[in-house]
Design a protein around this ligand. Structure first.
Ligand code: ADP
Ligand code: GLC
Length: 494
């Protein structure tokens, strides 16, 4: 059957610019518009893409009109629960903010209370499906992201058995971070009448956790880089799901994240002091000076400025950074850390600043404006992640001429090129996530920095990389077409 319109619903916990905790927000805010940009290449098929996210308390109520576009109910064994969907627009894409009693009126996007988050995201996931029904809008593709929306995929598979409304809807689940599976959601699932997923391929503990349930029910699974899609099939990265994921390998694809190249452009970024581009890197020096002054560091001559912009989580290897920097104290360098999260990691950054006050500043908060000034003025980005499904921070840094020193894992391996030849290298990679490997690679980066012409050659190469969505958005579109009945349509794509 040929589709005149391909309807796609994105369901996720975050979507920039409305709400962003990490790269998930960047992706859900930029992939739908990138898909729409491909419309002209489609003959005879129109794209109708919509996004649903919870109306988190941190999202200002004024983003949407005060009246909901639709009100509907979610059935539970104890009776119906009301949900409201408020609508805003993101570059021509309707964004629905799902509200209702289970969406807390205060607090952040995620809380430490797994049961509270369990109910919030169970309600949200079920509401995504009922939203479609309330709008009388039958999606061809439900594209859910991470555990927060995974139950929508499970429920879709259940409904499809007997509910004609969803019979032709296909479910895609994208894994942005495998270890977060939604533990603590069982009480909420029971309260909403959700039964375990009886799939013999799943380990027993996975049959009643949102992410594994969604992964078992999905028509297709994607991860956010080709390398991570292979890594999760191994015990080291598979979090106990490796055998199950191997059984789904023919329905698993790694599609590299893209960047919104307009949003992240040092030539037009109004939030940095001196715009620049790869042919004119001189203004970077002004950005660097302004940044050091802003954080209260006196510049050291010939010392590379290292930056770290990250969630403070064990995933990101922040503990390795403190140790490695102590190991390279005989070298000249200065460093600025920006991030927040795990209190122990925050404390180790604070301690490094106290011990090395003329070299280190730790700014322990989320601050997107400061992050831009850091990308524009920093020389080296530290990203020694233990695992990294994709990573957008290194792509942003390279686009701003700040070269990453990173662990060769997941999307870091797929996006950073480290060859002997400077004019074909965009950063520095190391194979083992350890403080000594990071320290050794920092020494390599310091030596490269001391040779200015070759450093500039690396910066130019990094800045010329194509990190745009174009290729990956096309890969998602190809996948959507392959999954729907409209396989004939694929021939229509130019
Ligand atoms: P993850 O999603 O695992 O946190 P990514 O590298 O994919 O990692 O994306 C992180 C995004 O969040 C990037 O856009 C990065 O610049 C941003 N970010 C992370 N920490 C901070 C912070 N403290 N302040 C501002 N932006 C941050
Ligand atoms: C996750 C991953 C990160 C990825 C982001 C967006 O938060 O940790 O590697 O870039 O999602 O896909």
């Amino acid at each position: 059957m040929k589709h005149n319109v391909l309807r796609i619903l994105f369901a996720a916990a975050e979507a920039a610019p409305f709400v962003k905790v990490g790269g998930l927000g960047d992706v859900v805010g930029s992939l739908p518009p990138a898909l729409l940009d491909l419309s002209p290449s489609l003959k005879g098929t129109q794209l109708d893409i919509r996004v649903a996210i919870p109306f988190h308390a941190v999202i200002p109520r004024q983003v949407a009109p005060s009246q909901p576009e639709v009100t509907f109910s979610i059935s539970t064994p104890a009776g119906p629960k009301q949900a409201h969907a408020y609508r805003a627009d993101l570059r021509g894409i309707p964004v629905y903010f799902i509200d209702g009693d289970p969406i807390p009126r205060e607090g952040g996007v995620y809380s430490l209370d797994t049961q509270k988050d369990g109910e919030k995201f169970t309600f949200f996931s079920l509401a995504c499906l009922e939203l479609c029904r309330a709008l009388q809008w039958k999606p061809d593709i439900l594209h859910a992201h991470d555990w927060h929306a995974a139950l929508a995929i499970h429920q879709l598979a259940e409904l499809r058995e007997h509910d004609p409304f969803f019979r032709s809807t296909r479910g895609v689940l994208t894994v942005h971070n495998l270890p977060y599976m939604g533990a603590g959601t069982d009480q909420a699932m029971r309260a909403y009448g959700i039964k375990p997923r009886l799939d013999p391929r799943l380990p027993p503990w996975g049959s009643y956790q949102p992410l594994p349930m969604g992964l078992a029910a999905a028509d297709h699974i994607t991860t956010v880089s080709p390398t991570y899609s292979r890594e999760i099939l191994t015990p080291e990265f598979g979090c106990g799901l490796e055998t199950f994921l191997q059984s789904r390998a023919s329905s698993l694809t790694g599609i590299l994240n893209g960047l919104d190249m307009k949003e992240w452009d040092p030539a037009t970024d109004h939030l940095i002091k001196a715009p620049f581009n790869r042919d004119d890197l001189a203004p970077r020096e002004e950005n660097r000076k302004a940044l050091l002054e802003e954080v209260g560091l006196d510049p050291w001559s010939d010392a590379p400025l290292l930056i770290l912009v990250s969630r403070f989580d064990r995933q990101k290897g922040i503990d390795l950074v403190s140790d490695a920097l102590r190991q390279v104290q005989s070298e000249p360098w200065q460093a600025i850390f920006l991030g927040s999260g795990d209190p122990l990691l925050e404390e180790s950054a604070r301690r490094l600043e106290l011990d090395l006050p003329s070299r280190v500043r730790a700014v322990l908060r989320f601050d997107s404006q400061l992050s831009r000034r850091m990308f524009a003025g920093g020389d080296v980005l530290l990203m020694p992640s233990r695992y990294e499904p994709c990573g957008l921070t290194q792509m942003i840094a390279m686009r701003y001429g700040c070269l990453p020193v990173a662990h060769a894992t997941g999307g870091l391996r797929d996006t950073i090129i480290d060859l002997g030849e400077p004019s074909r290298s965009s950063g520095f990679l190391f194979e083992t996530a350890s403080a000594s490997a990071l320290a050794a690679t920092l020494r390599r980066a310091f030596a490269a920095y001391a040779n200015r012409p070759s450093w500039v050659a690396r910066q130019r190469f990094a800045m010329s990389q194509d990190f745009s969505w174009s290729r990956s958005a096309q890969a998602y579109l190809d996948l959507y077409f392959a999954l729907t009945d409209s396989t004939q349509n694929q021939g229509d794509i130019e």
